[in-house]
Design a protein. Structure first.
Length: 707
């Protein structure tokens, strides 16, 4: 079940103040990252597609209303989750990004408008049609296939978009994947697509699994992902997996001028395409295709959750480029969620890593879209009160493809007079400590901190997790067992586990389910984890609001662990230079700074930091550099640009490693001025900042090959 819930999900976005918005964006970043990890790395989603999309959509709307609050670890800047353990990791030369979603006709129309506003010639002639390739959106596992000298040499999962898993041996077992490409294909090409399972094959697999006592899969996507990511390729070979090819990443030469032509090439090279596709030229044709595919959805023979629109012209795709985690030239138009009706038997309360108390609906099992549903998150107290949800009520739930749905509303006509309003607990259901609600927050938290077993164990699970210390073999089950038995009570105890082994009770190697080999593997994994980079160390501490992206920001700024600790202690004084220096970091606002300083204000945290510092080697942060003359430079655009739209100029600069800001300061490196430039040139001259004409700027950036 979800560990956290969105802080202010009951408050309409237009009524949020800045403090509430910042708090909710922090909660959403953590919650969505949690679900990304479960979906992409563990193939064990906890919530439905519809509920996940709702979280992402709310995050997006809040960011649009409060652009100054967009976080470095925002879900709008991330893709998927880190690669799982057990597979060698693969670095994608060209990032495998996800798509932004559209849920309405207005969203699709807005996508076309954004393309027209970006491409200068489309602004100048509104009559020019925008050709779009429309395809079914397959609900499978993203996969890349690398061909060198036209031979298949590597298969990889998407992972977090930057780094995935090496599944070469597994993809070699799929009969639908060509091993050798014909002579007209580029010598080097990375073909991308989706590994999936047909509806018929999924039902047969589950019947076979049930007959042999194996795992029953919730849906075809989970079955395909679980089958492809097997450490034993023979298991993958025994599963009925298929592959749709529809995109490409790294390529040695251009092989098509349009998306439509590229699809034809992929088909001629032996790849199965996701059909039916169509080349459309207007909003009306796009929506007609969407309605047609939605009507055919149940008869396609494979699972889809929407359609994808891709700009047809390849040169326009290259110019539009990417924003954060998604391309500007494509969008996914999602189908509405499916619904069902059942009875709410009980409301349980779970305690998350930060002490948040999350109510969970326990439902009479109901099948919605072929999946048996028995639980749903209720988010928080405000959500329960706003929808007036009571135990015994008949409720409407909705889902779009996974396991746990959203409670949409109560069927009041079915309510019994005996159904009473739910009373939220004032004590933690795990440790009995007070449960309080801070001003301007919707979430209720346990005050037990590290004395609360739910929080202490969860914090150590986070500490040992893949994106933190990455201690293989020290997962949730083992940490909970070790904590319960008193073997580890805080993170430093993890690194004392081997030396204390056997002092209190049976040695690990002699325990049920363990053995000499498995115990040694765990101790070796702990020993290997003693050296890690600063950004992962900061992330591992589990500081509220500090996700992976924020941890990297802090590591990049302070470089060394000793400097970070020294600065955070000095910054306890809000009048200090250290505090101002912390706030000067782009992406660190007052709310996040307060959480950082609150962590360093606790004596028990400082003690843990001191112990860890004596046990570990935390290496200085070394940022990878983009090779371009403007990498690391701060740029401000002013006036009207004549050769390209402002948005395209900004995107190009960021792609080359520059930081684009709206105002000029002494830290600005270049001001690029077009006709109509005003006060920014005067400020730049006063500060001694270099001012470039548009042609001078283009002379710099055109010398660099676009990434």
């Amino acid at each position: 079940m979800p560990k956290k819930a969105s802080t202010h999900s009951a408050i309409p976005v237009e009524k949020l103040d800045e403090l509430q918005a910042a708090a909710e964006l922090a909660e959403l970043a953590s919650l969505i990252a949690h679900h990304d990890r479960l979906y992409h790395s563990e193939d064990a989603p906890e919530i439905s597609d519809a509920e996940y999309d709702a979280l992402k959509r709310r995050n997006e709307i809040i960011e649009i209303r409060f652009p100054q609050l967009v976080r470095p670890d925002s879900p709008s800047r991330k893709v998927g989750a880190g690669a799982a353990t057990g597979f060698k990791k693969v670095r994608h030369r060209v990032p495998m990004l996800s798509l932004n979603n559209a849920f309405s006709q207005e969203d699709v129309s807005g996508f076309l408008d954004s393309v027209r506003n970006f491409i200068k010639e489309l602004q100048q002639d509104p009559g020019v049609p925008i050709e779009v390739v429309a395809e079914p959106k397959i609900d499978g596992l993203s996969c890349s296939l690398l061909y060198r000298k036209r031979r298949l040499v590597q298969g990889a999962t998407r992972g977090n978009g930057e780094e995935g898993e090496d599944i070469t041996a597994n993809v070699m077992t799929l009969s639908e994947i060509p091993r050798i490409l014909p002579g007209d294909a580029p010598e080097l090409i990375e073909v991308r697509g989706e590994v999936y399972m047909t509806d018929e094959d999924f039902l047969k697999l589950n019947a076979s699994q049930e007959a042999t006592g194996g795992k029953i899969f919730a849906n075809p996507r989970n079955a395909a992902a679980g089958s492809l990511r097997q450490l034993d390729p023979s298991i993958t070979a025994s599963r009925p997996l298929r592959f749709f090819g529809y995109a490409w990443g790294e390529v040695s030469r251009a092989f098509a001028e349009t998306q439509w032509e590229a699809r034809r090439c992929l088909s001629e090279w032996g790849f199965t395409l996701n059909e039916p596709s169509r080349l459309v030229r207007s909003l009306e044709e796009m929506l007609a295709y969407y309605e047609e595919i939605q009507a055919k959805r149940s008869r396609l023979g494979f699972s889809i959750d929407g359609v994808v629109y891709k700009l047809n012209r390849w040169d326009w795709q290259k110019r539009l480029g990417f924003i954060s985690r998604a391309p500007r030239w494509a969008i996914a138009h999602k189908f509405p969620p499916e619904r069902g009706q059942t009875r709410l038997k009980a409301i349980s309360v779970q305690v998350g890593r930060t002490g948040s108390l999350t109510p969970v609906a326990e439902l009479e099992p109901i099948s919605v879209g072929g999946v048996l549903i028995s639980r749903a998150t209720l988010h928080n107290q405000d959500e329960i009160e706003r929808k007036d949800i009571r135990v015994g009520d008949t409720v409407i739930i909705q889902r779009a493809g996974d396991v746990i749905p959203q409670v949409v509303e109560v069927v009041l006509s079915e309510r019994s007079k005996d159904n009473q309003p739910f009373v939220f607990p004032t004590q933690c259901p795990v440790c009995g400590s007070r449960a309080i609600r801070e001003p301007d927050e919707a979430v209720i938290r346990c005050t037990g901190g590290l004395v609360c077993p739910a929080q202490a164990a969860e914090r150590m699970i986070h500490f040992a997790s893949r994106d933190a210390f990455d201690i293989e073999g020290l997962g949730q089950k083992n940490i909970e067992t070790f904590y319960r038995e008193g073997l580890i009570q805080s993170p430093p105890d993890i690194f004392r586990l081997e030396e204390r082994d056997g002092r209190k009770g049976v040695p690990l190697a002699e325990r049920e389910g363990w053995g000499v080999v498995s115990a040694r593997k765990l101790f070796d994994a702990i020993r290997r984890s003693r050296t890690l980079p600063l950004d992962r160390f900061i992330f591992a501490l589990g500081i509220h609001q500090v996700g992976q992206a924020t941890a990297r920001l802090l590591a990049r700024h302070y470089v060394a662990l000793s400097q970070w600790e020294k600065s955070m202690k000095a910054a306890q004084d809000p009048q200090s230079e250290a505090y101002q220096d912390l706030l000067s970091i782009s992406g660190i606002g007052p709310s996040m700074a307060n959480d950082l300083l609150a962590f360093f204000a606790e004596k028990q945290n400082l003690q843990i930091l001191e112990e860890l510092s004596s046990m570990l080697t935390v290496t200085d942060y070394a940022a990878s550099q983009i090779e371009s003359p403007i990498a690391g430079k701060t740029v401000v655009f002013t006036g009207t640009l004549e050769s390209m739209a402002r948005s395209e100029a900004k995107a190009r600069a960021e792609a080359l490693g520059a930081k684009v800001l709206a105002s000029v300061s002494k830290k600005t490196d270049y001001v690029v001025a077009g006709p109509g430039a005003g006060s920014k040139i005067r400020i730049a001259q006063q500060l001694g900042v270099k001012v470039l004409s548009e042609q001078e700027w283009l002379g710099i950036v055109r010398t660099v090959k676009a990434g």
